[in-house]
Structure formats: structure tokens, C-alpha cells
Design a protein around this ligand. Structure first.
Ligand SMILES: [Zn+2]
Length: 351
């Protein structure tokens, strides 16, 4: 209670201050020119609603909404992105044209600058690489089963290509702003070096990340072995994360940076692996067993400087799994599992 008079004084000052500072006003053109002059601004636009006598000035995805005052010096709210409120001297009608108090324009400029800076520093997945294993002269795991009364040769390379292509199409639709790449989209042979070279050649900006998803199917001499599993690299394993030809760093610094990046990628790879396992769990419940998350030194994954995982969809050597992985419904569910896992990971990663 003791503070009340002081608070009143501050409020009074706040109300008076804008009036005192709105001596200088700008035309609409001058206002837009000033906002356009912010270094990180983009696509500045003005929209006007005559019915509600309200306007919107936007820069890229961000916008400030306001109503027009009857006269110079009146204050009111500038509503930024429907979230933040600023009490400022409002634009007003001056002989048929709109005038913008400098304090109003300055608030908008500072807000857009800040919001665009936040955008630039936000992490995002820019590229998703889908790597269907094997292909061409390398069939991967092969087994023969009687499916629908017919002796059928089941090839890992075909299953993983079907799922890879379907996953690409789904992700392409969900993320028109991301690059969705495939290490192969036909039945061709690709060496492991070619796959990881392709992944490492992807150009990314600071704050951008690439994720790498290798798709395989399992095989075992034990034909009862079933289910899916997701592999990632262990943190103990050394990977060449920094380009060896990069001479900006001394050898010691390079080792430390590699170590740090490795830890980060490991954490992200584990997160991605877990989300994909969860995706499978939702799609299949107990109808397809989970063999869990595993860590190993996979070549493709090891040589990719990015969060990377390898999924084993199921066992080609098991009849039940083979039936699932060769039926349209089964392939659809496998694709759903990967898709839900990836989108879930991106949702968390980009938040
Ligand atoms: Zn394989």
C-alpha cells in the first residue's frame, strides 16, 4: 500500500511522456521508408481497414496493428504479433492523410529489429536426407517366403526404397520450406562413401541443421527374430566433424570443437531415435515388437556431420515381418511411423 503514490506518479508520467515526444510526425511513405531502412527487415507492407479505422504494418511474418487517433498526441495500443502491447502515441488523421508520430515509428522499428534477430538465431532443420540402404547390385537382406500362396523373394533394397520414397513425399508436403533429399530414389547402387559425401556436401547456414535418416531392414538366422530398432552413434566414438581442410582452427581447438559437436549431435540423434521409436509404437502397438534404441559405429552415420540415425524396419527373414513389409498397408504404417517421429523431432528441435 505504501507504494501506491509512487506507482501513480509513474503511470502519470507514462501517459504524459508520449504527448511530449510526439512533436514530430511522419507521412505514411516516410514511415515505410524508415522501417524499410532497418538492416534485417523484409517485405514491409501497410494495410488499412477503413471500417474499423485500423491499420497493420508488417515486416515479413511480423506485424503491428493499431487504430487511428482522432488527433495528434493521443495515445493507445500498438499490438505486436497479437501478443505484445505498447502504449504509444497513435497515428492520427491530419487533413485527410495519416500521420505517424516518430515515437510510434521508433517502437515499431525496434520491435521488428528484435523479432528478426530472434528469427535469425532460432535453430531450424533446413534439410532432411533420406537414405534407403543398398540398391542395384546390392540387394541387402534377401529371403523367400510364401505370401498369399505364392513363393515370393523379399529384398531389403525394395522395401527401404518404397518407404523412403513415401516418406519423402509426406515430408515434402509437410515442409515446403525444407530440402528433402534422397541418397537414391531408384534401384541403383551407392557406396557408403557416396552416401555420406552427399550428406556432408549439403550447404547450411549458421543455426541450420541437417538430419540424416538411413532406412534398412534386418535379417537373422533366427527366423523368429522380429521387430524394429533404431541405431545412433555412441558418444565415445570419434567422428570427423570438423572439415579436415579447415585451417581456421588449431589442432587443439579442432579436437575440442569436434568433441562438443559430437556431444550435441549425439544428444540430437538420441532424441530423433526416441521420437521415431515412439512413432512406431503408436502405429503398431504390440503387433510389431520394439527392439529399442541401440548404439553402434555405423559407417554412414559416423561420417555424417549431423544428427543421424539408422532404422531397421523389421526382419526380412521373419515371415510375419516380411508380409508386413511387402503389403501396401504395412508399408504405409512404416512410413507413418517414420513421418510422425521426424515431425515430432522437428517440432521439439525448432521450438
Ligand atoms: Zn541394410
Amino acid at each position: 500500500m505504501k507504494r501506491k503514490p509512487a506507482l501513480k506518479k509513474i503511470l502519470l508520467l507514462c501517459l504524459l511522456a508520449p504527448v511530449a515526444f510526439s512533436l514530430h510526425s511522419l507521412s505514411l511513405d516516410e514511415t515505410l521508408t524508415q522501417i524499410n531502412s532497418i538492416s534485417n527487415t523484409k517485405n514491409v507492407q501497410f494495410r488499412w481497414d477503413p471500417l474499423f479505422r485500423s491499420g497493420i504494418i508488417s515486416s515479413g511474418d511480423h506485424f503491428g496493428a493499431f487504430t487511428v487517433a482522432a488527433k495528434d498526441g493521443e495515445t493507445g495500443y500498438l499490438l505486436l504479433n497479437n501478443r505484445e502491447l505498447f502504449n504509444v502515441p497513435l497515428p492520427y488523421n491530419s487533413g485527410g492523410r495519416l500521420d505517424f508520430p516518430q515515437a510510434f515509428v521508433d517502437t515499431l522499428k525496434a520491435s521488428f529489429t528484435r523479432l528478426h534477430e530472434n528469427d535469425a538465431s532460432r535453430f531450424r532443420v533446413s534439410t532432411i536426407i533420406i537414405d534407403p540402404g543398398h540398391g542395384g547390385r546390392d540387394p541387402g537382406a534377401v529371403a523367400t517366403h510364401t505370401i498369399n500362396g505364392k513363393r515370393t523373394q523379399v529384398y531389403e533394397k525394395d522395401i527401404v526404397l518404397s518407404v523412403g520414397l513415401a516418406l519423402r513425399d509426406r515430408l515434402y508436403e509437410a515442409y515446403p520450406d525444407k530440402r528433402i533429399l534422397m541418397t537414391r530414389d531408384t534401384d541403383v547402387f551407392r557406396s557408403l562413401e557416396q552416401r555420406s559425401d552427399m550428406a556432408n556436401a549439403v550447404e547450411i547456414k549458421e543455426n541450420e541443421s541437417v538430419i540424416f535418416i538411413s532406412i534398412h531392414a534386418n535379417a537373422s538366422v533366427n527366423t523368429n527374430a522380429r521387430g524394429y530398432e533404431v541405431w545412433h552413434i555412441t558418444s565415445g566414438q570419434r567422428r570427423q566433424l570438423i572439415n579436415p581442410t579447415d585451417n581456421n582452427y588449431s589442432a587443439d581447438i579442432k579436437a575440442i570443437l569436434e568433441r562438443m559437436l559430437e556431444e550435441e549431435f549425439t544428444t540430437e540423434s538420441i532424441l530423433l531415435a526416441d521420437r521415431i521409436l515412439q512413432g512406431f509404437g503408436h502405429s503398431f502397438g504390440s503387433s510389431l515388437p520394439s527392439r529399442g534404441r541401440k548404439a553402434n559405429d555405423w559407417f554412414v552415420v559416423r561420417n555424417s556431420r549431423m544428427p543421424a540415425i539408422l532404422v531397421e524396419l523389421g526382419f526380412v527373414s521373419n515371415r510375419q515381418d516380411a508380409v508386413l513389409m511387402t503389403s501396401p498397408e504395412g508399408l504405409q504404417k512404416l512410413t507413418d511411423s517414420l513421418y510422425n517421429g521426424v515431425t515430432n523431432f522437428i517440432g521439439i528441435f525448432e521450438r
